[in-house]
Write a protein that binds this ligand. Sequence first.
Ligand SMILES: Cc1cc2nc3c(=O)[nH]c(=O)nc-3n(C[C@H](O)[C@H](O)[C@H](O)COP(=O)(O)OP(=O)(O)OC[C@H]3O[C@@H](n4cnc5c(N)ncnc54)[C@H](O)[C@@H]3O)c2cc1C
Length: 395
Amino acid sequence: MKIVIAGAGIGGLTAGAALLGKGFDVTILEQAKALGEIGAGVQLSPNATRVLYRLGVGERLEGLACEPPGKRVRLWNTGQTWPLFDLGAASREVYGYPYLTVHRADLHQALVDAVRAFSADAIRLNEKVEGIVQKGGKVEVQTTSGGVYEADLLIGADGVHSRVRRALFGPDEPVYSGVMAWRGVIDIEKLPEHMRTLYGTNWVGPGAHVIHYPLRGHNLVNFVGAVERDGWQVESWSERGTIDECLADFKGWHEDVRAMISAIDVPYKWALMIREPMTRWTSGRATLLGDACHPTLPFLAQGAGMALEDGYLIARCLARYDNDLPRALGRYEALRLDRTSRIVRGAAANTTRFHNPALAHAEGAAEYVDREWSEERVKERYNWLFEYNVDTVEV
Ligand SMILES: Cc1cc2nc3c(=O)[nH]c(=O)nc-3n(C[C@H](O)[C@H](O)[C@H](O)COP(=O)(O)OP(=O)(O)OC[C@H]3O[C@@H](n4cnc5c(N)ncnc54)[C@H](O)[C@@H]3O)c2cc1C
């Protein structure tokens, strides 16, 4: 079976490596002219690292990824700290795989290497997918540079602004969530000693929250600050802001948070949009994966994980029913719809949890955190995510 994948991002490359490993003929079309160092930190829970290790990519990340011993919750003004959950050895013990924090560029490069180890020229750069025509039992993909690729199957892995999704199902209708996020990478040397923690931290406060965790052998810290704000709605990974603007959004917050903001290299800002989960994403010989079909708010840290799971499972479904494409795609979609919709909804629900007005004053806040982050509630919210096993799920 000849397969064209639109987009050499996290999901497209995972699908590419998994499909090449099963003997499919794969071409990946990527709009970028070069594969560069864009993006910042990505969290990979054990359901996601399982995929990487099964594809032989996990080993390539060792030394570059960090493995936090656990996560903590901190209160926006007093800095009071609670344990959230144990990771490190506990994640390996309970789920079989580590919880890693990694620079997206490192993850991306490791996946590129895995694809190229199977097929040196599978990835075609500067090929932006534009037109899609399904006829005569084939799908024809046209690119803006004039390229024409014929395949038995097109997988749209072209991210949140997916061209393939639009061609198959029409324009989407994103709604601004009311929250924008600041993103930055910090050189750990620029932080005071007491802040050079190995733990992932989730600061919670009224109308805003902050997540930070170590990256790249603990030389960097990834910072994300989400804040309820109106008047600006650009959904982009490369829009720059200023440190002063970011500091203004976290006025009155604990000095640790403000010290971190002041140390950010370049602060980027992006508007967080909500899209209702799709009810299907296959049409004839074309289907979708990753952000193209289930873009999510980042508040469960499962965006990359879902793309990894999709890529691995579409390969398993196609290998199992390789003489029956509709059945393979039907199975893939059925397997993924419930889980990904539940993640998208759960991530949206975390906005209210992390930004709750009850967090405004220390006393009420402590009670609220004790309740919302009790061991039982945390297990209920995260266990089903982390224990998902792409190898044993029935295709
Ligand atoms: C530049 C960039 C930086 C990011 N930085 C972060 C980050 O710091 N932290 C984080 O958590 N998440 C980040 N993300 C998002 C994260 O990678 C995704 O949410 C997640 O990994 C899902 O992966 P995906 O494969 O569905 O989409 P993506 O990883 O976004 O990949 C989509 C790919 O498709 C390509 N593409 C788009 N349109 C076309 C087209 N018409 N033809 C061909 N190719 C096309 C894009 O260039 C991209 O390579 C970033 C995404 C991008 C594109």
